[in-house]
Design a protein around this ligand. Sequence first.
Ligand code: MN
Length: 505
Amino acid sequence: MKESGKKEIWFVAGSQHLYGEEAIKQVGRNAKEIADTLDNSSAIPLQVIFKCVGTTSEEIRSICLEANNAPECAGLIIWCHTFSPAKMWIGGLSALKKPFVHLHTQFHRDLPWSEIDMDYMNLHQAAHGDREFGFMCTRMRLERKVVVGHWQDGDVQERLGWWARAASGWHALQSAKICRIGDNMREVSVTEGDKVAAEARFGYSVNGFGVGDLVEYVNGSSAKEVGELCARYEEEYDVVPELRKGGARHASLQDGARIELGLRAFLNDRDAAGFTTTFEDLHGLKQLPGLAVQRLMRDGYGFGAEGDWKTAALLYTMKVMGEGLTGGTSFMEDYTYHLHPKGHKVLGAHMLEICESIAAGKPKLEIHPLGIGGKEDPVRLVFDVNSGSAVNATVVDLGNRFRLVVNEVEVVDADEALPKLPVARAVWKPKPDFKTSAASWIYAGGSHHPIFSKVLTSEVLEDFAAMAGIEMVLINEQTTVSEIRKELRFGEVYYHAAKGFSFAG
Ligand code: MN
């Protein structure tokens, strides 16, 4: 399920032959030093490898084609150390299929005021070399991130780090397989969409499976495997006594373990990155998968409930983007509200399936009835989420294109304990305020199934949207409803016409 092999970011410097061979060698040495520093930066999760100094159309086209064909290359950092006439970039950038970031930096941080001469000026002229390169990118209507500042600056490395995380998620998505077990929850609209358009746009594929295919796996697990997994549950969680070995309802925990073993094996055999379930199609399963889904999300699988495959794909991508960071990312649902005049809040949860990566402390493993689905009581992890900043994100299919909607939120403590609520939950205050957030989200057509992340920022999602060439509507501290409504109208025109603006038509 996890991506195999390591991912690399390639560092390419632009120059030209006007200044002599020694200048190009110096550009190469300096570019390598920058690439090595970025490679060692803790802010950048992928390897950064210096590749070449591009000085001709042929060299540049060659490295771009090489990047396209290199499975390990997730993207490129491009920087023009000297002036680099940008017509030489047309062929390469036209062919380039990998994301790139334009790093607008300079080798030396400070001007050598008393020493500076024309040799220095000619060598260190990213100030206009990068503007020439930037013009060509804009002339070609290429989506890219522009990061500005000295390469040793922590902020610059952080900006590049978020971009690298977006590139890593994008890279993973290109070959991701989503298993849709059962179809959609009947009559629901936002979880539907065009799977062909999604594969063409994002790279991932979605294919359907009958729940019977899964049931065979669930029934195939051995008593020994089930026993071992139940023992592991008792180590990892605070298991209620009735579910423990010897407890009155231990058989339900064993059923839950069987579902996890079966689902894991099913997904593993299909090399899947994510999956969906639906409570309306559970033939042959004793319980709606709850605990199993929670644990699979923790391990990096994407998930969407009720057949929501776009959400499963987005969760998988965001899991990859957040690899190695402390915190968590989960499937979520805006469930119910606290509309007190002194502070409106959202209580987020789902019937069962919230990822334990966002849990505050050790989750409790409990069993409770589930009023829908018509099956036996499902086992599930119950927990709260610590306060702090988070984002909610969703992708919707508007019929002619996809839109990413993102809302920055602040997780807060519940006003009181929630002793009767039998599911994992988070309470948050959306930015800029509840009314503006909810109205904006609704105008944007955002779904009720966001991906909730305590580790990612809206910046990485913006970088991701640029890579995918999709619209992103950001709801944050600066948002007003009237501006969002205008933005949505402008976006409707722009994304309809954007193909006509592209350089090559
Ligand atoms: Mn739901």
